[in-house]
Design a protein around this ligand. Structure first.
Ligand SMILES: NC(=O)C1=CN([C@@H]2O[C@H](COP(=O)(O)OP(=O)(O)OC[C@H]3O[C@@H](n4cnc5c(N)ncnc54)[C@H](OP(=O)(O)O)[C@@H]3O)[C@@H](O)[C@H]2O)C=CC1
Ligand SMILES: O=C(O)[C@@H]1CCC=N1
Length: 278
């Protein structure tokens, strides 16, 4: 069975790992690393996988990478190239290096690894932790179809996988990578409005959470039949309550603001790429 190393087992790699474990990948087939001993212990307790902390063992990443068939890089974007250099000589030639980082391009990683090392750039989102994620995947120049398939299957257990060209990854970041935060932001402010109108804070939070969950489920279950605009129209009675809310949003240019926010996320990814290239 595929051996997996998760270098930098934080929020995003943790979400992927939760999905992998939920899909039946045995914990003993996974090894994780973190920078601090505290994080390593916390994640080990959370997921039941062996963890090595870099602060205790300077060879944590290379030891973990050497054992793996697939290595997930889950550190911050500015650390990815250094991590590639660190593990370069430890990797087996056929081990697939999968980055989850925003902004770090395939060529940056390929240049820091041994010639011919397979590299896949992904952009996942944290709902992978509950098996409902989205992940964009772009394969580097040394990746076989079989290797892409293996990684797509691993990730597909926790969400929908979209194989894209690399130039589409930043757009996916703006919609789906950062997207859960937009939904949480909406939930925060729907709940806050409820509290301002006199609801108990816990009840208001539950109302917002369940409403977004139900609406999301309807969006998914209506794919190919009713799109988001139609589902919205179905809630909106002429001259009723929803119409007044939507008119209020429109008057504040919420539609343009949401598009601008998603595009700003995508542009920020491109800007970080530019900065990382120096
Ligand atoms: N969060 C999200 O929703 C998404 C994040 N991403 C990408 O995921 C990546 C990680 O982000 P996120 O998970 O949010 O960040 P986190 O800070 O939660 O996780 C980063 C992890 O890397 C560990 N780490 C830091 N330095 C090292 C090192 N030298 N060796 C081993 N481990 C190390 C940290 O350990 P310690 O805790 O001890 O510092 C931590 O566990 C980023 O590149 C981001 O672009 C992509 C899509 C969505
Ligand atoms: O905010 C970020 O930079 C990362 C990438 C996408 C979601 N979180």
């Amino acid at each position: 069975m595929t051996k997996i190393a998760m270098l930098g087992l934080g929020s995003m790699n943790g979400a992927i790992l939760a999905g992998l474990l939920g899909s039946g990948v045995p914990a003993e087939n996974v090894i994780g690393t973190a920078r601090s001993a505290e994080s390593a212990q916390k994640r080990s307790e959370q997921y039941g996988v062996p963890m090595v902390a870099e602060e205790h063992d300077g060879a944590a990443n290379t030891t973990a990478a050497a054992q793996a068939d697939v290595v997930f890089l889950g550190v911050k974007p500015h650390q990815i190239v250094d991590l590639c250099r660190e593990i370069k000589d430890a990797l087996k030639p056929e081990t697939v290096v999968v980055s989850v980082a925003a902004a770090v391009t395939i060529d940056m990683m390929e240049s820091a690894l041994a010639e011919g090392q397979p590299v896949i750039r992904t952009m996942p989102n944290t709902p992978m932790s509950v098996g409902e994620g989205v992940v964009g995947l772009a394969a580097g120049s040394h990746v076989s179809q079989e290797q892409t398939q293996t990684v797509a299957e691993l990730l597909g257990a926790s969400g929908s996988v979209h194989v894209l060209t690399e130039d589409q990854i930043d757009a996916l970041t703006g919609v789906a990578g950062s997207g859960p935060a937009y939904a949480f932001y909406l939930a925060e402010h729907m709940a806050a409005a409820g509290v301002e109108m006199g609801l108990d804070p816990q009840i208001a939070a539950d109302l917002a959470a369940q409403t977004l969950y139900g609406a999301g489920k309807m969006l998914v279950e209506n794919r190919g039949q009713n799109d988001a605009a139609q589902l919205r129209r179905n809630v909106t009675s002429p001259n009723g309550t929803t119409q007044k809310a939507i008119e209020t949003f429109d008057a504040a240019d919420m539609d343009a603001t949401i598009r601008a926010g998603a595009k700003a996320s995508s542009s920020r990814a491109a800007e970080i790429t530019h900065q990382l290239r120096g």
